[in-house]
Design a protein around this ligand. Structure first.
Ligand SMILES: [Zn+2]
Length: 145
């Protein structure tokens, strides 16, 4: 499928690059309130998950699972939020967000208004995000499943 004019995920990486292969990529969003905020983005422009053939549906969900697993193991979040909205950017991507009771919007979604000011959110994480990024990349580079 060709890039779609005006689609920001067709023309831009979408965040800090963490992993990329022929079919998908993982980026880390730069969100000071929610620092462990990743996106799994299908490289080709499709709007809906069910636009993909079943093997590719499985492929992207396996990638989501690997990102979630690394976040759970390394950061022990209170909860992991998974979301696929695409209302603003209708290019298939999954948000994988480690959430903590201390974060600025807990227990609301990250898109809700902030409920409290939290300075230095990244410093509260159990591991530096550069290490988490590397572990996500290693997990996605490993065997499928
Ligand atoms: Zn696109």
């Amino acid at each position: 499928m060709s890039p779609v004019t005006g689609c920001e995920l067709c023309i831009q990486e979408g965040g800090l690059p963490v992993f990329r292969d022929d079919t998908l990529r993982v980026i880390r969003a730069t969100d000071v309130d929610h620092p462990a905020f990743y996106r799994v983005i299908w490289n080709a422009h499709v709007a809906e998950w069910t636009d993909l053939p079943p093997p590719d549906r499985s492929r992207i969900m396996q990638a989501v699972a690997k990102v979630e697993t690394v976040l759970r193991e390394q950061l022990q979040p209170t909860k992991v939020n998974l979301a696929s909205l695409g209302n603003v950017v209708p290019h298939l991507h999954w948000h994988v967000i480690a959430r903590f009771e201390w974060d600025a919007r807990w227990p609301a979604p990250v898109w809700a208004p902030a409920q409290r000011a939290v300075g230095g959110a990244e410093a509260r994480l159990a591991r530096p995000l550069s290490e988490v990024d590397a572990l996500i990349a290693a997990s996605l580079s490993g065997p499928a499943g």
